[in-house]
Design a protein around this ligand. Structure first.
Ligand SMILES: Cc1cc2nc3c(=O)[nH]c(=O)nc-3n(C[C@H](O)[C@H](O)[C@H](O)COP(=O)(O)OP(=O)(O)OC[C@H]3O[C@@H](n4cnc5c(N)ncnc54)[C@H](O)[C@@H]3O)c2cc1C
Length: 426
């Protein structure tokens, strides 16, 4: 099998990148699961955008402060400066952001943002963005989408990527020759007991990069979301109670129904406070109170949260809900430059799988969709400027990938070894 460019992952970063690559290139997007099963579909809160030139310093400072000033300031600047262009592009793709009565874009605020600069579509912003990207991708004749097709490895020769090894939907293992390979495989939540991520997101790009000795960065920087609905059965993906709810005034209580933290602190600080409180109280959760939010706002802005809680037996307009922290986001990843190129030639990594340093030690809420799109676009722009022909594929022994369980175990160990010992909730 040959293609010009292979993209592993059909989340927002993979799709956006594909839409920005030349239309005369044959592009193949593969995804481990179905097209709708990516974390991009789950994003609730929204997407940040520079809200006027006067917002630049404040947006920059909020991002840096949340990241404990370990962020790469150049990457942060690129992301903020590119944000308006990305939003305009999304609107041109048909993305429908919430608007005021006069037709102007409506902005909301989340924890650790000092100003309103987040665009949203109800509480399903990620679904709105990603489904529209997918629609546009489906219209492109040069792009092929392959579901239930897994990237097992990249094929390297002299620090240059010549293609990839895939397990196709029917189980066949094939080597694919490609001029460029782009990894957009998302985060690591599937390796955790409690996570808001899809279970099949297991840090495969990180494992493959580690296997080939490529540079990684900040792999121990894993974000725990402070508020997910507490469910005794932890085999299910944890349901997120968006930060925007606290932005709109929701409060957190201990077992005596007393507040114990400033709810608008950055998420790592809120998480620490909740863990401490749970330990002091001897409980598995704390309470979140949404009753002070106008029910009309609750139903308009957070319909899915209201509905989910109702299914679990909680009427959020009348009673508090139990919440607990869970793994949520991966700040680290495969080290890339400001055009998303990894330490190997012809190999790009984008989205949550990559680390360009935007988020530092801790991601500011709603910066990840934006970061994924900005740097996916930059990868595409660099690749478009320098189209190259595919290199011959070196011989690959495909039998080494036949034992699925063994391979998954090896990759799991590779990623966890990088993370382990430095974070509490693996
Ligand atoms: C519940 C939740 C709420 C969120 N809310 C927000 C928010 O409000 N705002 C915000 O900015 N961010 C939010 N985020 C984070 C944001 O959604 C993600 O960081 C972002 O969507 C990542 O996009 P991505 O393209 O990198 O990866 P994903 O969208 O996760 O896509 C990864 C893709 O890779 C595929 N894949 C994985 N491994 C392989 C493999 N080996 N072979 C082939 N394919 C593979 C998957 O099938 C999937 O298609 C949220 C995340 C979650 C979980």
């Amino acid at each position: 099998m040959n293609t010009d460019i292979i993209i592993a992952g059909s989340g927002c970063s993979g799709l956006y990148c594909a839409l920005h690559l030349p239309k005369d290139q044959k592009i193949t997007i593969i995804t481990k699961s179905s097209l709708e099963e990516s974390d991009s579909y789950l994003a609730q809160g929204g997407i940040c955008v520079l809200n006027g030139e006067q917002d630049y310093d404040s947006f920059f400072e909020d991002t840096m402060r949340a990241g404990h000033y370990e962020n790469n300031p150049q990457s942060v600047g690129i992301m903020i400066r590119s944000s308006r262009g990305v939003i305009e592009q999304l609107i041109s793709y048909g993305v429908d952001f919430c608007r005021n009565a006069d037709g102007s874009l409506a902005y909301t605020r989340e924890g650790a943002h000092s100003k309103k600069r987040i665009l949203y579509h109800e509480d399903v912003t990620g679904q709105e963005i990603t489904s529209k990207l997918l629609q546009r991708v489906r219209e492109r004749e040069n792009i092929t989408l392959l579901e239930h097709t897994t990237l097992l490895d990249v094929i390297m020769k002299d620090n240059c990527c010549c293609g990839a090894v895939l397990r196709m939907a029917d189980g066949e293992i094939v080597a694919v020759r490609a001029s460029y390979t782009i990894l957009a495989t998302g985060g690591v939540g599937g390796l955790y007991r409690h996570s808001t991520n899809f279970r099949h997101l297991t840090g495969d790009a990180v494992a493959i990069a580690a296997k080939h000795g490529l540079a990684l960065q900040n792999v121990d920087y894993v974000q725990i979301h402070p508020t997910t609905f507490y469910n005794q059965d932890c085999s299910e993906r944890s349901f997120l109670i968006s930060e925007s709810v606290r932005g709109e005034g929701a409060k957190l209580y201990n077992k005596n129904m007393e507040r114990f933290v400033d709810e608008l602190l950055p998420r790592d600080q809120v998480t620490q406070a909740i863990w401490k409180q749970m330990e002091e109280d001897g409980t598995d959760y704390v309470w979140e109170d949404l009753r002070m939010i106008d029910p009309k706002v609750l139903h308009r802005h957070f319909p899915n949260i209201v509905e989910f809680c109702a299914e679990k037996g909680y009427d959020v307009t009348r009673e508090c809900i139990p919440v607990v922290p869970a793994q949520h986001y991966f700040m680290g990843g495969v080290k890339v430059d400001s055009f998303s190129k990894s330490s190997a030639d012809r190999l790009y990594v984008i989205g949550e799988a990559a680390c360009n340093g935007v988020h530092g030690k801790n991601r500011l809420a709603s910066n990840s969709l934006l970061e994924s799109l900005v740097f996916a676009g930059r990868a595409a722009s660099q690749i478009s400027e320098a189209p190259v022909t595919a290199l011959p594929l070196p011989a690959v022994d495909l039998s080494q990938y036949a034992d699925r369980e063994k391979l998954e175990g090896t990759y799991r160990t590779l990623v966890l070894d990088e993370i382990k010992g430095r974070t509490k909730y693996v």
